[in-house]
Every structure is written in structure tokens, then in C-alpha cells.
Write a protein that binds this ligand. Structure first.
Ligand code: E4P
Length: 214
């Protein structure tokens, strides 16, 4: 499973990227707003750090405006992936961009039907939102499993990018289901590295090693 960072925090992207475990970055307007910087500058800097796809979301809501905005965004760097909402206009724009060979991430996906349609429109990624479905009493992980089954049935090449993932259970279940990618905040990646038994074991080994030096 590929791991994308769901953030625009440059220092965190830089330090986790150095571990060799990061395959891309996703942003959205809310995430970039937190940086207090200009949208295009943030995307350009992230693209210079990470080799994989960096999702940049369009703000326009009509097909012509989305296309114009997307064609400007892709000029920022070769690894910009255009993030579009899963709407009628978004799917139209997805089709136009994928026909031009431009990477597209279809976001705000909340149903298997939407996922099937965006795959047909040539999306590189579909982003089903696990946490936001859980928030309203649905089962976000079931949606990931449903989409996996449907994509396998028809050999769709669109990658399932599990989004709005909030905890270690979401992470491991997505890996078990076979999500192609999960996007998570840096704090979650850092928390997965740590385990109290690792720390305790290390302390025991260090103490025992001292005994061998007497
Ligand atoms: C990623 O592409 C999404 O924008 C993000 O995962 C949404 O997460 P949230 O539901 O925690 O805001």
C-alpha cells in the first residue's frame, strides 16, 4: 500500500520523506489555508521535495473553469495531480484531463457508484472518505472494500486512495482490503513508528550489553 501524506506542512513532509516511506502528498484548500501561504507556492515546494503525485485541488465548479484552472496548476510541476470533486462537472473535467494524459484524483467520493463512474472517466485515483462516512454513522471501510471488489471485477486501473483516514484501525484495514494508497496526516505516520515494547526491549538490550563489557 502506498502512503501519501495528507498535509501541507513542509518540514514534516521533508523529514518523513527522508525515511523512504512516502509515495506522494494530498492537499485540499483547508489544509493549504492552514499554512497561511500562497496556494501555488506551497504546491511547488511540496512537488520539489516529493517525487510522487501531489494533489492540488481546483476551486472552480464548472467544467470550463475547472479545465482552465487545472491546466494552470499542471504547469507548476510534472508531479501535480489535479484533484476534482466527484460531481457531474468534475467527471466531465476528469475525462477531458485524462484524455490529455493528466493525472486526476477524484475527491469527495462517498459511494461505490461514484467510484465506478470516475474509473470509467479515466481517473488515476479515487478518494473515498472513510472518516467522514464514519462520522455520519456509516461504515467507511465497507466502502473501500466494495470499491476494491468492483474495480477487481472489471480490472479498472484507477487507484483506490483511501482518504479521511483517522486511526491505526483504518490504516491496517485498508492494507488488508487492498486499498492501493492511503493518505494520512504526518502525526499518524509518526505514531505508527513508535511501540512501547520496542522502547522497553531496546532499554533491556542496552542494559544487558553493559554487562558484557565488564
Ligand atoms: C484527502 O485527500 C482529503 O482531503 C482528506 O483526507 C480529508 O480528511 P478529513 O476528512 O480528515 O478532513
Amino acid at each position: 500500500m502506498k502512503i501519501f501524506l495528507d498535509t501541507a506542512e513542509i518540514s514534516q513532509i521533508r523529514s518523513l520523506n527522508e525515511l523512504g516511506i512516502i509515495d506522494g502528498v494530498t492537499t485540499n484548500p483547508s489544509i493549504i489555508a492552514k499554512s497561511g501561504r500562497k496556494f501555488q507556492d506551497v504546491i511547488a515546494e511540496i512537488c520539489s521535495i516529493v517525487e510522487g503525485p501531489v494533489s492540488a485541488e481546483v476551486i472552480a465548479t464548472t467544467r470550463n473553469e475547472m479545465l482552465t484552472e487545472a491546466l494552470e496548476l499542471v504547469k507548476i510541476a510534472a508531479n501535480v495531480c489535479i484533484k476534482l470533486p466527484t460531481t457531474l462537472e468534475g467527471i466531465h473535467t476528469c475525462n477531458a484531463l485524462s484524455n490529455k494524459g493528466i493525472m486526476v484524483n477524484m475527491t469527495l467520493c462517498f459511494s461505490a457508484q461514484q467510484a465506478l463512474l470516475v474509473a470509467k472517466a479515466g481517473a488515476s485515483f479515487v478518494s473515498p472518505f472513510i472518516g467522514r462516512l464514519d462520522d455520519i454513522g456509516h461504515d467507511g471501510l465497507s466502502l473501500i472494500a466494495e470499491i476494491r471488489e468492483i474495480y477487481n471485477n472489471y480490472e479498472f486501473q484507477t487507484e483506490i486512495l483511501a482518504a479521511s483516514a483517522r486511526n491505526s484501525y483504518h490504516f491496517t484495514q485498508c492494507a488488508k482490503i487492498g486499498a492501493d494508497v492511503i493518505t494520512i496526516p504526518p502525526s499518524l505516520v509518526e505514531s505508527f513508528i513508535k511501540h512501547p515494547l520496542t522502547d522497553k526491549g531496546l532499554e533491556i538490550f542496552a542494559n544487558d550489553w553493559k554487562l558484557t563489557q565488564k
